[in-house]
Design a protein around this ligand. Structure first.
Ligand SMILES: [Zn+2]
Length: 462
């Protein structure tokens, strides 16, 4: 049993008024709200750090599962009640601590926001105290933990936001937010960039929606919906005993980004090549330009980042490609529920040798492979497919049919040329010839089952 989480973003429409967006005044309300909530967070962070004894108070805790009574640290809920009692004016309790009167300092701040702010800082304050205690115990002079920052993205609980969906026309939907508008707290409607994709993700069965967050950046504003799902998947050791187990192996490369092979009962039943559609070459052209400009400009200015737009473009393309490739891998996994996804532990192709642009490109290619690996694992886990990493030793060198050491070759003008960079693989023992990446992908299955003599004996699950 495990849990997985994902975020779905809903952008607020901040385009100009005549294009259906919100007006500039409403935009500034968001900024003000974030500022005031950060100040409130600062208030409670200082308050909690001024009362460390209460924060770490040991109390008797009754376990809900077993009914057992044991000593533990005070729960966040109790601490929240206590903090509110000390700082908030109510008709029943008109006199909070004089130095910590929250109601005076933040008049009219909605209760829900106050609670979300306190909950947010309890964890931060505790973490800080624990690391300070550790630091004192270690007797070191350097490395004193810094006081945590108060700024964070506001969490929206029911009572501070609501999503109003017009059933007939989803494009006309809007979100209602409680925001600070100069004089006081008011409800404001914000148009959203609602889409089918968001709708589908929100309604997908098995996913539970948690409280969303308001994420404000320079150019955009979005509501991030966090969803969690409980996953029940077999352990790898159990799956391995299953004679009908399906394994999906992936070999990650540069031009053929991923070669996916599916194996059951010792036979390869499906193969899929995912090409990068020329991304590697395209990126190389951009990086050539970056390298040239850097060379022309001489020594880089410290703290400044050059070629920002070009880099952003490269990053976006890499990210997009990683998502698409990971999606392709998971699409194959979806056909075989209860299967296992097998990866090689990432080999880093060292970005040494060649021109500067070539080295930069290598680095980006490595990063892309890492991203595909990570995303595919997450996406596969969300559908209940567990992934394993195997040792990459020898997968591209040995024959996947007989296990002998083979050679790489390529055809140029009808001539067979043997060499390291060859796309094809040939085995001198059994005369098997195939695409080198396919051979490697099949070897990943062998590695998982440890079938050949050259495979190391260890296996790491991930
Ligand atoms: Zn062979």
């Amino acid at each position: 049993m495990g849990q997985t989480a994902r975020t779905t973003k809903l952008l607020l429409d901040l385009s100009t008024r005549d294009q259906g967006g919100t007006n500039p005044g409403k935009r500034s309300h968001l900024t003000e709200t974030v500022i005031i909530l950060n100040a409130a967070r600062r208030f409670y962070l200082d308050f909690l750090l001024a009362h460390p004894d209460k924060l770490m108070e040991r109390v008797e805790v009754i376990s809900k599962k077993t009914g057992e009574v044991r000593e533990g640290v005070i729960s966040a809920d109790n601490l929240l009640t206590w903090a509110e009692f000390q700082t908030v004016e109510t008709p029943d309790h008109p006199t909070p601590l004089p130095d910590w009167n929250f109601s005076r300092e933040f008049p009219g701040l909605p209760n829900r926001y106050r609670r979300s702010v306190i909950k947010d800082v309890i964890g931060k304050a505790r973490g800080y105290l624990t690391s300070v205690t550790k630091w004192h115990a270690s007797g070191k002079k350097k490395g004193k933990p810094a006081i945590p920052t108060a700024s964070n993205h506001p969490t929206l609980y029911a009572g501070t936001f609501s999503l109003e969906l017009d059933e007939l026309d989803l494009r006309k939907s809007f979100i209602r937010l409680k925001v600070f508008a100069g004089a006081g707290w008011v409800w404001v409607h914000y148009p959203t960039c609602y889409n089918r994709y968001f709708d589908r993700r929100r309604a997908e069965p098995g996913w539970e929606t948690e409280s969303p967050k308001l994420i404000l950046s320079k150019q955009s504003a979005a509501i991030h919906f966090l969803q969690t799902k409980t996953i029940t998947a077999k352990k790898i050791v159990e799956s391995k005993r299953d004679p009908d187990l399906v394994t999906v192996a992936v070999d990650l490369n540069v031009k053929q980004l991923a070669v996916i092979t599916v194996r059951q009962h010792g036979m390869i039943t499906e193969t899929r090549f995912v090409s990068d559609h020329g991304l590697d070459h395209h990126r190389f052209q951009h990086l050539k330009r970056v390298a040239k400009k850097q060379w022309q400009a001489g020594k880089a200015v410290q703290g400044e980042h050059s070629n920002q737009q070009l880099w952003a473009h490269v990053r976006r393309q890499n990210g997009d490609c990683a998502h698409k490739t990971a999606r392709a891998i998971v699409e194959v996994c979806e056909k075989y529920p209860g299967g296992v996804l097998v990866f090689e532990r990432l080999r880093k192709i060292k970005p040494s040798g060649g021109s500067k642009s070539r080295r930069l490109n290598r680095k980006q290619a490595n990063q892309l492979n890492g991203k595909i690996n990570q995303l595919a694992k997450e996406k596969a886990y969300a559908i209940g497919v567990v992934s394993v990493e195997v040792n990459p030793h020898g997968t591209s060198q040995y024959c996947s049919r007989c296990g002998c050491k083979g050679v790489r070759f390529t055809y140029q003008a009808g001539q067979r040329i043997t060499g390291k960079g060859g796309k094809l693989f040939s085995c001198p023992a059994c005369h098997y010839e195939c695409h080198a990446d396919f051979n490697a992908s099949v070897n990943v299955h062998h590695s998982f089952f440890r079938e050949f003599h050259w495979q190391p004996r260890e296996l790491k699950s991930g």
